[in-house]
Design a protein around this ligand. Structure first.
Ligand SMILES: [Mg+2]
Length: 304
């Protein structure tokens, strides 16, 4: 049997990966699992390593944050190798969405039970993404953060980039064409999600499901700061798709254009600037997920 590969990002989170890793090694040894560990050395190293794995690899366990998972997905999308993300980063949107906790015993159970779901991925200007894209405001925030970033980031690291962007951002006009139809041509900001979770517990793409063959688009029409604050409030309450100047739309192919280049963020990292071409690639990545839990009602399974 092929070993299970652990890809470890030593810079993810606040050192939780060291605790989890020690427990995980012990739990996997106890379960008689053969493992190979690889510690990443820098950006794109996880993609390079995962890309070199034999196609018969039993599973890849990612001990890192969403950025590391995204790098591994870039290498393994379209392959048969299943991925299990362990939540040791700052946000861990994917692991949270799948119901995976940082508990070594539970992670071994998931590996043993081998319940696999096939997830969609998105493609933006030729690059694969798994979670969420932001165009405009938060693209600008991530771009500012990347300029000053020196290693590990926490939620607090975002404070000044958000503050500065809030006061300096001029809302660009975006022209958005979904599946051949123009649906927006005004100043604003846009998000595209494969999952519903966004940073800090927000669910911008509220109804997004990673296995429905579609991506979810949310566009906030916005010309000035007061409107942005209002949008943020409604988004906190998860009522934003019901507002008049918010578009909620599902699509397979999307074009975003603007008069001058507008930055984007892709899975939390700096993405390309407009023009953007976004497309869904259905059932492209295999993810290991927890076995279904029994709900309070014994005849009903809790969906993931
Ligand atoms: Mg979807």
């Amino acid at each position: 049997m092929q070993p299970i590969h652990l890809i470890v990002n030593p810079h993810s989170g606040y050192g939780q990966q060291q605790h989890l890793l020690a427990d995980l090694r012990a739990a996997m040894r106890q379960a008689g699992m053969a493992t190979v560990e690889y510690v990443t050395t820098g950006p794109a190293d996880a993609t390079r390593y995962a890309g070199g794995l034999p196609p018969t690899t039993q599973a890849v366990v990612v001990v890192g944050g969403d950025g590391t998972v995204s790098e591994v997905v870039n290498a393994l999308s379209g392959s048969e190798i299943p991925i299990l993300p362990c939540p040791v980063g700052t946000e861990n949107l994917l692991a949270k969405d799948l119901g995976i906790s940082a508990n070594a015993r539970r992670i071994v159970e998931i590996l043993q039970c081998r319940r696999i779901i096939e997830c969609d991925v998105g493609r933006i200007n030729g690059r694969i993404f798994l979670l969420i894209i932001g165009v405009g405001f938060d693209g600008e925030v991530v771009r500012r953060l990347a300029k000053v970033r020196t290693g590990h980031i926490s939620h607090l690291s975002y404070f000044w980039p958000i503050w500065r962007t809030f006061w300096e951002h001029d809302f660009p006009r975006l022209r958005i064409v979904a599946d051949g139809q123009e649906i927006f041509n005004d100043p604003g900001l846009a998000f595209v999600g494969n999952i519903s979770r966004y940073a800090a517990g927000l669910r911008i793409c509220r109804d997004a499901k990673p296995d429905d063959g579609l991506l979810d688009l949310v566009v906030f029409g916005c010309r000035a700061r007061p409107r942005l604050v209002l949008h943020a409030g409604w988004t906190l309450l998860r009522r934003h798709p019901l507002k008049g100047d918010v578009i909620y739309h599902q699509f397979k192919r999307l074009l975003v254009e603007s008069d001058s280049p507008v930055p984007s963020q892709v899975d939390g990292d700096v993405g390309p600037s407009t023009p953007l071409e976004v497309q869904v690639l259905p059932s492209r990545v295999r993810l290991l997920v927890p076995p279904p839990r029994r709900s309070f009602w014994p005849w009903r399974e809790v969906p993931i």
